[in-house]
Design a binder for this molecule. Structure first.
Ligand code: NAD
Length: 390
């Protein structure tokens, strides 16, 4: 199959991610079959899509005519067989539960045309295991978008063990044709199916660090976020945790602890907050207050001079070298491309740390590892040898 053969796309799950993916796909001119398990969920997804498009019309970034055309590309479904029977491509955005995703893929495999590529927007789960539930694992691929899809440019295209080159290439080419309200989508190839893929994996040691320093009461969320924002980041790391949802972070850490290292085990404060239902933006309170969903006020004067954001950057670089060693990412430059477009920064970790010298980055990782008692932070051979091209 070639990318030009793709005319109709099914989006399975019309929640936060699904409605955004559907919106961007419809904006690229594709016919969309939007599916969810109940009519009210499909309706909610459609309402959000129309609200988002209306906002662009009111800002005069989209004409009413163009909006009507995008909306006209949609057909809604609550019967999976009907939703996928005539599509060339499918993106699943159902809850992050492996059994559920496998069940959905098995069912879709029965009803979708044989040539159709089936993609999952899983954040962390194995594309190989999802593809294994189908009779076409060569046509199953990961397609990891970032929230909100209408604004975030990065999309990771993930190869499962059985994913064919053709599936990878067609999916990559398809993403090159999509454009959201910020600009052209930026696809990055993830050549091996590994937990967290590139963006979340590179961010994951920062997750351990942030859990640990808060557990040890070495910092408060406000002093860290004030410092990070003072150097130009649009959002601090603790606010980002709140924004994503502390429950999502908690489950992500549990999963990483299971598949990668016990160092990822959620610390007590995180577990307590999740149990108490203080989950961040979606509940109005997490590490910060989110009055009516509005962003927390962070006093820039509170920035902690002792907290050095380069600690996090060094840990990201070290994690990046693990992905290079494992053949997951093709180059340090591509990792930086992913980090810039999945977050809000101007430079990726390799570009930011290069000036320090790789030997100093390695020393810093070793120091943090020893101070916080986290083995996962120990520098790799690639980093110690400075065997990095950027
Ligand atoms: N929220 C994020 O920031 C984010 C970012 C990247 C990836 N993801 C991933 O995207 C996927 C969806 O997450 P979300 O945040 O949109 O969740 P969500 O809860 O907002 O939406 C999930 C939707 O799936 C529907 N659903 C439930 N069972 C289903 C089934 N059997 N078949 C089809 N649809 C079903 C639900 O009704 C709901 O509308 C997850 O795998 C998640 O890990 C989320």
């Amino acid at each position: 199959m070639k990318v030009e053969d793709i005319k109709k796309i099914a989006i399975v799950g019309a929640g936060d991610m699904g409605h955004g993916i559907a919106e961007v796909a419809a904006m690229a001119g594709y016919k969309i079959n939007l599916y969810d398990i109940k009519q009210e969920f499909v309706d909610k997804g459609m309402t959000k899509i129309k609200e988002s498009l209306t906002k662009q019309v009111s800002k005069q970034k989209l004409t009413q005519e163009a909006m009507d055309k995008v909306v006209g590309n949609f057909t809604c479904f609550t019967v999976i067989k009907d939703a996928v029977k005539d599509v060339d491509f499918m993106v699943e955005a159902a809850p992050e539960i492996l059994d559920l995703k496998q069940k959905i893929f098995k069912e879709i495999d029965q009803y979708a045309p044989k040539h159709a590529i089936l993609a999952s927007n899983t954040s962390n789960m194995s594309i190989t295991k999802i593809g294994g539930a189908t009779g076409r694992p060569d046509k199953v691929v990961g397609l990891h978008f970032f929230n909100p899809v209408a604004m975030m440019l990065l999309v990771e295209v993930i190869r499962g063990e059985k994913t064919s080159d053709e599936t990878m290439n067609v999916t990559y080419d398809l993403m090159m044709k999509w454009k959201n309200f910020r600009g052209n989508m930026v696809p990055v190839r993830v050549e091996k199916d590994t937990a967290g893929f590139i963006y979340n994996r590179i961010g994951s040691p920062a997750g351990i660090y942030l859990m640990e320093v808060l557990q040890r009461k070495l910092v408060t969320p406000e002093v860290v976020d004030a410092k990070v924002r003072s150097i130009g980041a649009p959002m601090g790391p603790y606010e980002t945790m709140d924004y994503t949802g502390l429950d999502i972070n908690y489950h992500g850490m549990l999963y990483f602890a299971e598949v990668m290292s016990p160092d990822y085990k959620p610390r007590k404060w995180l577990e307590d907050m999740v149990k108490a239902g203080t989950l961040g933006k979606k509940t109005g309170k997490g590490l910060f207050e989110w009055p009516g969903g509005a962003r927390p006020t962070i006093d820039p004067a509170k920035a902690d001079p002792k907290f050095d954001p380069m600690d996090l950057i060094c840990l990201q670089v070290n994690e990046g070298t693990k992905l290079l060693e494992g053949g997951v990412a093709r180059s340090a430059a591509e990792i930086d491309l992913a980090m810039v477009n999945g977050g809000g920064g101007v430079f990726g970790p390799f570009a930011l740390a290069k000036g320090m010298g790789w030997d100093k980055v390695a020393e810093r990782c070793e120091k943090i590892s020893k101070e916080l008692g986290v083995k996962w932070f120990m520098p790799t051979e690639t980093l110690k040898k400075g065997n990095i091209k950027i």
